[in-house]
Design a protein around this ligand. Sequence first.
Ligand SMILES: O=C(O)[C@H](O)COP(=O)(O)O
Length: 252
Amino acid sequence: MSLHKVVMIRHGESEWTNRNLFCGWYDSLLSEQGHKEAIEAARLLMEIDNMKFDIVFTSLLSRAMRSVEVILDEINQKCIQVEKAWQLNERHYGHLTGMNKEKAVEQYGHKQVQLWRRSFDILPPPMSEDHFCYNEIRDYFRKFGAHIHVPRVESLKTTMERVIPYWRESIVPSILSDKNVLIVSHGTVLRSLIKHIEGISDSQIMNINVPTAIPFIYEFDSELNPQKSKTFLGDQDKIDKAIKKTAAISRS
Ligand SMILES: O=C(O)[C@H](O)COP(=O)(O)O
């Protein structure tokens, strides 16, 4: 039985993640560390036997698009098709956007902030029009056309409402036509896909954290059943440390 292999990667660290700020739909650039992480992700991809991609799916946010450029350059596959879609954007963090995560804990408490970050359906407060990022986010996405509806806030649940239809309608046909697919996206988008693909419950998904720039692989049969849980590439100790860092609110 021939299996369909799909590789997924969360973009490298952004400047705002480096400063421990909630980012969401704000277009924070790849940090210097994020650039190095993307190079390291490419190195891990080169260890896969015969890994030649046919198509890459990514978001409209620079941290993901730039990670794609760095990775494709490093693996010497610059000329392949890259599909950029707003549906693969990070979840919108609403009022929390731009707030320091430790300050948010001081203001709202650890339990509430963790529920906003990792619960399935608890929405942070929405972004109001006088929020300091409101106009910048709206203007950034206007450039890509009127079809993009910029939300005021999203949970994992509402993020899935745009990610899963895009997965079914745009990504799955490529997988089933035997293309080698690479997805470079964001923490919440990848948690959406992992939840959907592995049938993870609403409560269990709280414990899933996707570290930046460590590729993971799914192998699907022809009915798109995953053969096993996602498999991260690289050293297990490094993977465990990166997952722990992603889960934590404090970066110190
Ligand atoms: O949007 C963000 O701030 C990050 O991409 C994810 O942050 P989190 O790990 O706190 O959800």
